[in-house]
Write a protein that binds this ligand. Sequence first.
Ligand code: AP5
Length: 215
Amino acid sequence: MNIILLGPPGAGKGTQARFLVEERGMVQLSTGDMLRAAKDSGTEMGNRVADVMARGELVTDEIVIGLIREQLEANPTKSYIFDGFPRTLAQAVALKDLLGEMGQSLNAVVEIQVEDEALVARIAGRATCAGCGEVYNDTSKPIPADGKCENCGSTEFKRRPDDNEDSLRTRLMEYYKKTSPLTGYYFAFDLLKSVNGMADLPEVKRQIADVLSDA
Ligand code: AP5
């Protein structure tokens, strides 16, 4: 089963993708993670995208489609979670073509709906384990009192440079201008499923399992 997790910054896409990886053995393809890895490794492309990401703008379609193509070739499976991709109509069309070349297609697009006010609080409170990528939140899922990641025991946690108010405003504008129209696109293909991302983590997870059960 191939699915897209669609939603604004902070909606919970990465968090829910990790649950699906753990429970269903799906392969998570997060363009945000790929771009951050390129940035950290100091490649020419990484240096080019660093400023764009820090401002909260979208990286070019050409770069992200190239990254997805590489990952599809490197991780052959029939069970992908696309997290943060596609974000534009051009990316959506490219994904359809790439999957088509592999004899595959999308089974569902899960839209995680969250109110804008809640997104700001979630982004401001996010911390990620440097060891395994487990996602924490100062309010809804605090780092354990002993300061160790519950998953891997690491004591190092990272806050993203683009998790600040200015960048978040741009990220939200980019989402509403370029990405949210994809809900209509996928509705027309009868692939769109929506869940209430305002619910707590286990409930969102349950709703996703529910909508995927008939995908
Ligand atoms: P990316 O890394 O994809 O960031 P994003 O879409 O802005 O999404 P986030 O990772 O911020 O949020 P999320 O929905 O995964 O939420 P999370 O689970 O962490 O992209 C970063 C940048 O890269 C972009 O701005 C762009 O520049 C570039 N880029 C990436 N892909 C691109 C593409 N395809 N095209 C062009 N450019 C691209 O949760 C957030 C917080 O909330 C956490 O603290 C979590 O614990 C908490 N939380 C989650 N669920 C709940 C819940 N139900 N209740 C309470 N708290 C919750």
